[in-house]
Design a protein around this ligand. Structure first.
Ligand code: AMP
Length: 114
């Protein structure tokens, strides 16, 4: 599997504004924020896309979502609400092929997304 910019962030080879870390998950601010709060939650394991995740990754995927939810709650974002997004492959708009959950908050979200 090819390395990505997120792999370099995980290994601290390039800088990022890291807001959360545990044994399995790293979270940092999106460089091109689409909302007042825009944080990316990435598994340290380099899974390329949601499509390439397997049953062996079930616990890790759960941890990823729960880390995003806990961050939102701790930051006082949960009551007003937020959006989580996982883009998969070309039509999903995925540009970095290391699975990540976008957490967007701080403004009204709209549906359907563009
Ligand atoms: P996606 O299009 O779902 O693959 O999302 C990739 C996201 O990564 C985009 O929102 C980019 O703005 C963001 N991004 C790309 N490079 C960096 C970086 N070095 N640090 C933080 N965010 C990044």
């Amino acid at each position: 599997m090819g390395d990505t910019i997120f792999g370099k962030i995980i290994r601290r080879e390039i800088p990022a504004d890291i807001v959360y870390e545990d044994d399995d998950v790293l979270a940092f601010r999106d460089l091109n924020a689409q909302a007042p709060v825009h944080v990316l939650f990435v598994p340290k394991k380099p899974i390329a896309t949601l499509d390439s995740a397997t049953a062996a990754d079930a616990e890790l995927l759960g941890k990823l979502l729960l880390a995003a939810a806990a961050y939102a709650r701790n930051e006082g974002l949960a009551e007003q609400g937020y959006r989580t997004v996982i883009n998969c492959n070309e039509h999903g708009g995925q540009t970095v092929f290391h699975l990540h959950v976008h957490l967007l908050a701080g403004r009204q979200m709209h549906w359907p997304p563009g």
